[in-house]
Ligand binder design. Sequence first.
Ligand SMILES: C[S@@+](CC[C@H](N)C(=O)[O-])C[C@H]1O[C@@H](n2cnc3c(N)ncnc32)[C@H](O)[C@@H]1O
Length: 399
Amino acid sequence: MTDTANTPEASHAAEGASGSPPAPTRPASPKYVPPTAPYWLARTASRLRAFLLRLASRLMPPQLTLFDLATGGIVARMLQQVVRLEIPDRLDRTSLTAAELAQQTGVRSDELHRMLRACVSAGVFRLDAAGRFSNNYLSRALRTGAVGSFRDPVDYFTSPEVDEVWGSLPGTLLTGEGGYEQRFGCSVWDWYAANPGAETRFARAMMSMSALDARGIGASTPFRRLKRLGDVGGGAGLVLSEILRQHPKLEGVLFDAEGVLEVARELLAARGVAGRVDLQAGSFFERVPTGCDGLFLKNILHDWDDEAVLKILGNCRAGLPLGGTLLLVEMLHDTNTANRVASLSDVHMMMATTRGRERSSEELRLLLERQGFALKKVHPLPGFQSLLEAVAVPPQGQA
Ligand SMILES: C[S@@+](CC[C@H](N)C(=O)[O-])C[C@H]1O[C@@H](n2cnc3c(N)ncnc32)[C@H](O)[C@@H]1O
């Protein structure tokens, strides 16, 4: 395992220390801000956007579209600075010039103006004729303190370790080995255990991304008949908190690494469900919570190869009674279709996990069957993911 002092996390911390002055601190009790548009509309708009982009790129010289694609990393870097300098918070309900923002943040005015103007060209912020920047629909979603804000995912996707991991792409293409193993000599989760600041950053990012689906998951029917639900690898507990709020008689167990549960304590208390959640630190390769009639795993199986998935499912089967419910949330993806969100998530799994991947419902069904589960139903979720409902059956050969 790597020495923390020599990790990207250490250089990230140093960047903060020598960079901008302290920005507004994030509130202790983050508010949950659900997405604003109805999900069906968001899904339709997403398909329409993909269609219009394909149409536009067919009508434009290919070089212009390829310029956009090849410079995507530049936009990501600018967004990283935007959130680190907390520009969207500083522009909350006001408009400011780059000079005023530069005074608040301690950076140079001309360079800041040019960077923010380029952000405007990418659709983030507004710029008026007097040179004043203000928030728009996208930049408002980058403010701190609101769960569901995309500030933390930007911070994660542009973090030094993710940069390094993606730098290992040529090696992954040659050997199949993920970026953490190549760069740091250990799995992502072992690396996080040794780098608590980065672990917290990831847990917060995951919580924000899960906010997109939390309400739709909570409203799904399988939770209605459960009494005690174990959220295995439940992260900071946002989704579990939403399920519990929608099902007031349900009790929960949140199961994850100790460092992640630290983030969860604050959130569960803020959401008023702390008294109904038993926090358990542990590894799902050794055990899962017992005494539950349902187990829930959201975006866990996609982190692992088939062998590890079988081990996790085997432990889930051992922890559930016959007839118990297993609920999986995954971003289903067929091998020969190219859905933008799912295929990007899939390659991120390829780089940032231990040979993880997005799978199709058929692939998951076969893995479930090998460990004593029958896939009953696939519930489409309002966002980009699906909920797979399985039931614990006698192991194969014992029916
Ligand atoms: C992709 S995140 C998903 C978090 C949460 N389920 C969600 O969707 O927001 C994967 C989670 O698995 C946890 N994890 C990884 N390895 C684990 C292990 N061996 N035992 C328990 N949790 C683990 C991580 O700490 C992380 O919270």
